[in-house]
Design a protein around this ligand. Structure first.
Ligand code: 5GP
Ligand code: ZN
Length: 134
């Protein structure tokens, strides 16, 4: 999927899986990943290019393109994913705090068009969220 297609028409309905999607392949175990958690709804695995000492991703098993493609119907799933983010962050040693990031669409810097929550943190506080433009 191109970025333009991904941004084109957010809709509640997505195909359950996209054969070309790298994260769908990880869900299927077609591509290896270092999993930290899985259940019927979601899987969590370490990011291949970590930006902090701890950096893992939580993704739905279903191919949901982005947060912009979510509607009311996704609210229970999103709630479960966020709740699990907190539990897993603690389990991964981030008792002092962590950052959750959901990059959405071209403007949000999304690279993989399968909804995912980044959980990042480490021994040192992360500091400011983004460099200020002014
Ligand atoms: P985005 O920029 O879309 O929010 O983040 C995508 C993330 O997926 C990036 O941090 C990138 O390192 C990670 N990623 C991309 N491909 C793979 C992969 O094949 N395996 C794993 N574990 N992470 C990946
Ligand atoms: Zn997918």
């Amino acid at each position: 999927m191109t970025t333009d297609q991904a941004n084109a028409s957010p809709a509640v309905d997505s195909p359950a899986a996209d054969p070309d999607c790298i994260f769908c392949r990880i869900v299927r175990d077609d591509l290896p990943s270092r999993r930290v958690f899985e259940d019927d709804d979601m899987i969590a695995f370490h990011d291949i290019r970590p930006i902090a000492a701890v950096h893992f991703l939580i993704i739905p098993r279903l191919h949901v393109v982005s947060l912009a493609h979510c509607g009311e119907a996704h609210a229970p799933l999103l709630g479960r994913m966020l709740s699990k983010a907190s539990t897993l962050a603690r389990e991964q040693g981030l008792a002092d705090g962590f950052r959750t990031i959901i990059n959405t669409g071209r403007g949000g810097g999304q690279e993989v068009y399968h909804l995912h929550i980044h959980i990042v943190g480490g021994p040192r506080p992360l500091g400011a969220m983004l460099p200020r433009e002014v």
